[in-house]
Design a protein around this ligand. Structure first.
Ligand SMILES: C[S@@+](CC[C@H](N)C(=O)[O-])C[C@H]1O[C@@H](n2cnc3c(N)ncnc32)[C@H](O)[C@@H]1O
Length: 184
């Protein structure tokens, strides 16, 4: 079964949780990873890994001694991420909510958080929970990137990060904005 078809089936079953009908395009993946300092990053965390289109590209660009932890709620997608982890020891697949990261990592120990979470579908409490998790784990000056299909949370991001570079990717379904944020 193709990756896109698998993604579509899972999305139809759990649309509110998955938040899109197709996986991100390679253009969106590029935009999401554009500001990541792969030469220096040794601990990277991914939220909402889906079927692994961002995960695979992270692994392709990462240092050989870097580690990646990819959080995913869906059992179907988690199995997909686990099968990537079976071939690449740098990756740990975590089946659970992204907000568990605050309990798993020491404060300010993570170089970079890359998120595909469907923030637009989250309530205010969940959005603030995700952002406080990011702040708890990220090193000062660490990088956080998040995409969204609208600019709904641009002001929220600007309130939480001293620097936010906005990207736009028309070649995605649907077209997407990317918040590239630097922590204080
Ligand atoms: C829009 S999809 C993005 C998938 C993939 N990263 C991509 O770019 O194609 C959002 C993903 O986040 C997952 N997700 C939603 N809420 C989550 C949470 N609280 N913790 C971890 N994963 C979550 C969904 O199951 C889904 O796989």
């Amino acid at each position: 079964m193709s990756q896109n078809w698998k993604f579509f089936k899972e999305s139809v079953r759990h649309f509110w949780q998955v938040g899109s009908l197709v996986q991100s395009s390679r253009y969106l993946v590029d935009s999401l990873l554009a500001d990541v300092d792969f030469a220096e990053s040794r601990l990277i965390v991914e939220f909402g890994a889906g079927n692994g289109c961002v995960t695979r590209e992270l692994l392709r660009r990462m240092r050989p001694d870097a580690r990646l932890f990819s959080f995913e709620l869906s059992q179907v997608f988690h199995e997909e991420i686990s099968s990537i982890a079976a071939r690449d020891p740098r990756l740990t697949a975590v089946h659970g909510c992204a907000m568990l990261a605050a309990q798993m990592f020491a404060a300010q120990s993570v170089d970079c958080v890359v998120s595909g979470l469907p923030m637009g579908n989250f309530g205010k409490c969940a959005k603030l929970g995700v952002l406080s998790t990011v702040h708890a784990v990220l090193k000062p000056g660490g990088h956080f990137s998040q995409f969204q299909y609208s600019l709904l949370d641009y002001r929220l991001m600007k309130r939480h990060f001293p620097a936010v570079r906005l990207g736009y990717t028309p070649l995605n379904f649907p077209p997407a904005f990317v918040y590239n944020c630097v922590s204080a």
